[in-house]
Design a protein around this ligand. Structure first.
Ligand code: SF4
Length: 331
């Protein structure tokens, strides 16, 4: 049986040391590239509106992730991912589908929990037999998450951990997640900083997000480790295609292809305008089928071998061949 590597870090005490080190970074917060330098240990808040306690807006079993995360009926492993949605965010995307929890900090404060409760949620989801635990928008709460994983590991947590991020992460912080996170799921949102600022209020998104993906790749490589058709360790880069090519898809795919053309890429077609995007001309419509196909063609042109893609209408994922070619787990 596959054993997540955080369990050995837990036994050796390294996980506790990492949690301590990460917690100390909250006193002069540089947990993400916003580099606010405020003392979150004293509950000071800045760009992500988050103090010391983690904010858990909701948690649930999610069946719509990529096929070898959620599982599929054909393989009989469709138990879903136990997703934990963190409130607040370091980005302010005008089209955020979760804007009610990511940009509603006055309401979200009521969802603050202790790290012990966060650990309890992981155990509760494991008890429901999910395939993995997914941390959704985890960036601004990494120290609290690591502390909670350490507690949960003492209480029997043994599922792979997924880090599902907007990629505006600090490489220094990601290095401290080496051996703790099993599966990285970064979204690469833009290829032009100007759009990152206009539509997500973030500076230098392109270089920061690419540095983050490079660090994730350093940890996992492009190989995927599976067991019984489920991903246990690896990197899947996501890319949400935006209308009018606001996401700069060609350049994003080119970056991935130059890093390693065997990196798994998940092309997402589900954009629809919500929140402030309804009044932004360039973002106020769904993407067209042609826009999706064109990115798909670029994937081929750039020789990206391992793509997940969706049926345009249903947004169901096709099961790509490379899943069956992924390396089975060997002790
Ligand atoms: S985690 Fe929050 S407070 Fe810390 S640097 Fe990022 S945005 Fe600023």
């Amino acid at each position: 049986m596959f054993e997540p590597s955080y369990l050995s870090l837990h036994k050796s005490g390294v996980l506790a040391q990492r949690a301590e080190l990460l917690n100390s970074m909250l006193s002069d917060c540089r947990i993400c590239p916003k580099d606010c330098r405020i003392n979150r240990l004293n509950n000071e808040i800045a760009a992500c509106y988050s103090g010391l306690k983690p904010v858990v807006s909701s948690y649930c079993i999610h069946y719509g992730e990529e096929p070898f995360l959620s599982g599929d009926k054909e393989s009989g492993n469709d138990n879903g991912v136990g997703n934990i949605f963190f409130g607040n965010c370091n980005l302010r995307c005008v089209y955020c589908q979760n804007y009610e929890i990511s940009q509603n900090h006055k309401t979200e404060i009521k969802n603050e929990v202790t790290v012990e409760r966060l650990a309890g949620i992981m155990i509760e989801l494991q008890f429901k037999k999910v395939n993995a635990i997914g941390f959704v928008s985890p960036t601004h709460f990494v120290p609290q998450i690591v502390e909670a994983v350490n507690i949960a590991a003492s209480n029997g947590l043994n599922l792979p951990l997924i880090y599902n991020t907007n990629s505006y992460d600090s490489p220094e912080v990601l290095r401290l997640l080496d051996g703790i996170i099993d599966i990285y799921l970064p979204d690469l949102k833009y290829s032009e900083d100007e759009y990152g600022y206009s539509y997500s209020k973030i500076k230098n998104y392109v270089s920061h997000s690419r540095d983050s993906v490079r660090e994730m790749y350093r940890q996992t490589g492009s190989g995927l480790i599976t067991e019984n058709g489920l991903l246990k360790r690896g990197l899947i880069v996501r890319h949400l295609i935006l209308p009018n090519d606001i996401a700069g898809s060609y350049e994003t795919l080119k970056f991935i292809s130059e890093l390693d053309n065997k990196i798994s890429l998940s092309l997402m077609s589900q954009y629809y305008p919500v929140h402030k995007a309804l009044s932004v001309d360039l973002l106020s419509r769904n993407i067209s089928e042609r826009e999706y196909e064109r990115v798909f063609e670029w994937m081929d042109e750039l020789n990206l071998e391992n793509g997940f893609f969706q049926e345009f209408e249903s947004q169901n994922y096709y099961r790509p061949d490379f899943i069956d070619r992924a390396e089975p787990f060997k002790r």
